[in-house]
Write a new protein. Structure first.
Length: 191
C-alpha cells in the first residue's frame, strides 16, 4: 500500500501557480488511473485506486503548504503506511521547468511543505521534484512572488509534459523502486 501526496495550496487563486505543481500532478494521476472521487479527510482531499496492481491513496493536503505534514501524518498513521511507501510530489525552484529529479530522503532544500512533512514522519520518504524555475533575485519576497505566480506559455508546456512523465512512470517507482524510476525518468527526459 502506498500514499502519493501532491503538495500545493487550496483555493482558486493558487490553482495555476508554480507552488501547486504537486496538486496538478495528483490531479493527473487521479484521472489517469481512474481513482475514486476525492473526499475530505485527514485535513486534505483523499482518493483511492490502484497503480501497477498496488493499492494507492492519493492525498492533496488542504492545510496550506507550510502545514502539509499535519495532513500527511494523519493519513499515514490511519492507513499504517511507512515513510518508504510515501511518495511526495512537489515544486522545486532549483530546477528549470523541463527537469524532474527524484530521490529518497535528504534535506527540505528550504521547501516549507517538505520541512513540515520531515518534522512529522521523518525525512525518509520518496520525493519527486518538478522544476518550476527560479527568480533572478532570490530574496525572500521575490521567491514568494515567484512560487505563487503563474507560468509563461513555454513553462506551462514544460510543466504539463513533466506531469505527464511523472504520471506515466509512477508505477515504476511503486513496483521497482527509486533507482529504476530515476533511470526511466532520465531516459524519458532525454528522449
Amino acid at each position: 500500500m502506498f500514499l502519493v501526496v501532491g503538495l500545493g495550496n487550496p483555493g482558486a487563486e493558487y490553482a495555476a501557480t508554480r507552488h501547486n505543481v504537486g496538486f496538478m500532478a495528483a490531479d493527473k494521476i487521479h484521472r489517469r488511473y481512474n481513482f475514486s472521487p476525492f473526499r475530505s479527510k485527514f485535513d486534505g482531499l483523499i482518493a483511492e485506486g490502484q497503480i501497477a496492481g498496488e493499492k494507492v491513496y492519493l492525498l492533496k493536503p488542504q492545510t496550506y503548504m507550510n502545514l502539509s505534514g499535519n495532513s500527511v501524518v494523519k493519513a499515514a498513521h490511519f492507513y499504517k503506511i511507512l515513510p518508504q511507501n510515501i511518495i511526495v510530489i512537489h515544486d522545486d525552484m532549483d530546477l528549470p521547468t523541463n527537469k524532474i529529479k527524484a530521490k529518497i530522503g535528504g534535506s527540505s532544500g528550504g521547501h516549507n511543505g517538505l520541512k513540515s512533512i520531515d518534522s512529522t514522519i521523518s525525512p525518509d520518504y520518496n520525493r519527486i521534484r518538478i522544476g518550476v524555475g527560479h527568480p533572478l533575485n532570490k530574496s525572500g519576497e521575490n521567491v514568494i512572488n515567484h512560487v505563487l505566480s503563474g507560468f509563461s506559455k513555454q513553462d506551462r508546456e514544460n510543466i504539463e509534459q513533466d506531469i505527464d512523465i511523472v504520471s506515466d512512470l509512477i508505477g515504476i517507482l511503486i513496483t521497482s523502486g527509486m533507482a529504476e524510476f530515476s533511470n526511466r525518468l532520465g531516459m524519458a527526459l532525454h528522449s
